[in-house]
Design a protein around this ligand. Structure first.
Ligand code: NAD
Ligand code: TYD
Length: 355
């Protein structure tokens, strides 16, 4: 079996759902259920003996060691993290706690477990760390996309904490021989994405008749990848990635934020027109920029294609259409994640952003 951390969050839950739809290898799913973790996303697995959910913290050394001894997984995939840049600006401490200290405790517990395995078990074991392209910092408009050799230049408390975790993972391979793999992926989108991030926030606000807050001039560029393509990339790296290597994962799909928002509006105009027949684009509002906002990220995903044959299946056009349709069909899921804590966050992040 495999142990997944953060499997009640956006990417982790998509990974668990896809994994169990493709094979019968059981998954132990350890998640702290922070505001971003949602068991409703996993409700289709209720009663499924292949899915063992444990509520807990990756920083809880005793819990992790106990789970490893009890279940003897052949691999650990670490999705658990604090993941939202804006939250890291308002409250960086939780990011250090989970992304740095938590990853360290998890790694160290895994190392102790791995040392105790027999030779065959040690050789086949993998620790796969799921990370982000944001560790590489910001690119100018003409610079080539990030390769795995690009130097680390994180600019936000979030990306700095992820960079620190990547370094710890690397060190545990270099120093102790732990068989690690790291993936650095660009911005994901798709079903079960918490509506604090750009694409789901825009869909949810548009439908609620609210402003669509675009930071600064909206010309910041991100590479976007459909979440299920990311899950497939992780499966490929787990199965055949070279131990100790990092793999950049991306959609070959750079877009300016304002173009993403306009695309979402156009799809909503088509699939769920406003009652007054005006475009949802009328709700776009330019607001104060994010402090230290990275201008451009771009991923060169050539290495994972050359070595492992992975390429995204979805184009942005097919993926964003599926995503908008999913949010239209799953408004109960959206309502249920918009708890009091969600509303407090929205008020904290958006109240003082004058135009
Ligand atoms: P998310 O915020 O949606 O989910 C994170 C999950 O981790 C939640 O279920 C949360 O409850 C859990 N968690 C948080 N702290 C924990 C702790 N201390 N112990 C156990 N569980 C804890 O994040 P996501 O978007 O699904 O991202 C998953 C991983 O992928 C993260 O490591 C993130 O850095 C990375 N990543 C995300 C993106 C993206 O676009 N979302 C892109 C590249 C990489
Ligand atoms: P986000 O989804 O937070 O991902 P990340 O910061 O990890 O790339 O934001 C994506 C882009 O959208 C980023 O450039 C910030 C911008 N953005 C807005 O313009 N308005 C918003 O309300 C949010 C949440 C993000």
């Amino acid at each position: 079996m495999i142990l997944v951390t953060g499997g009640a969050g956006f990417i982790g839950a998509n990974f668990v759902l896809d994994w169990l739809s493709l094979c019968d290898e059981p998954v132990i799913n350890l998640d702290k259920l922070t505001y971003a973790g949602n068991l409703e996303t996993l409700s289709s697995l209720k009663g499924d003996v292949r899915h063992i959910f444990i509520e807990g913290d990756i920083g809880d050394r005793a819990l992790i060691s106990g789970l490893l001894q009890q279940y003897q997984p052949r691999a650990v995939i670490n999705f658990a993290a604090e993941s939202h840049v804006d939250r890291s600006i308002h409250g960086p401490e939780a990011f250090i706690q989970t992304n740095v200290t938590g990853t360290f405790q998890l790694l160290d517990a895994v190392k102790q477990y791995w040392i105790g395995l027999d030779v065959a078990g040690r050789n086949s074991f993998r620790f796969l760390h799921v990370s982000t392209d944001e560790v590489y910092g910001s690119l100018s408009s003409s610079a080539p996309a990030f390769t795995e050799e690009h130097k680390y230049e994180p600019n936000s408390p979030y990306s700095a904490s992820k960079a620190a975790s990547d370094h710890l993972v690397r060190a545990y391979h270099h120093t102790y021989g732990l068989p690690v793999l790291t993936t650095n992926c660009s911005n994901n989108y798709g079903p079960y994405h918490f509506p604090e991030k750009l694409i789901p926030l825009m869909i949810v606000n548009a439908l609620a008749g609210k402003d669509l807050p675009v930071y600064g001039d909206g010309q910041q560029i991100r590479d976007w990848l459909y979440v299920k393509d990311h899950c497939a990339a992780i499966r490929s790296v787990l199965a055949a990635g070279r131990v100790g290597e990092t793999y950049n994962v991306g959609g070959w799909n750079e877009k300016a934020n304002i173009d993403i928002v306009k695309t979402v509006c156009a799809l909503l105009d088509e699939l769920h027109p406003r009652s007054d027949a005006a475009s949802y684009a009328a709700q776009i509002k330019f607001v104060a920029d994010r402090p230290g906002h990275d201008r451009r990220y771009a991923i060169d995903a050539g290495k994972i294609e050359r070595e492992l044959g992975w390429r995204p299946v979805e184009t942005f056009e097919t993926g964003i259409r599926k995503t908008v349709a999913w949010y239209l069909q799953n408004q109960v899921w959206v309502q249920n994640v918009q708890t009091g804590a969600y509303r407090q966050w929205v008020s904290k992040n958006y109240t003082d952003r004058s135009e």
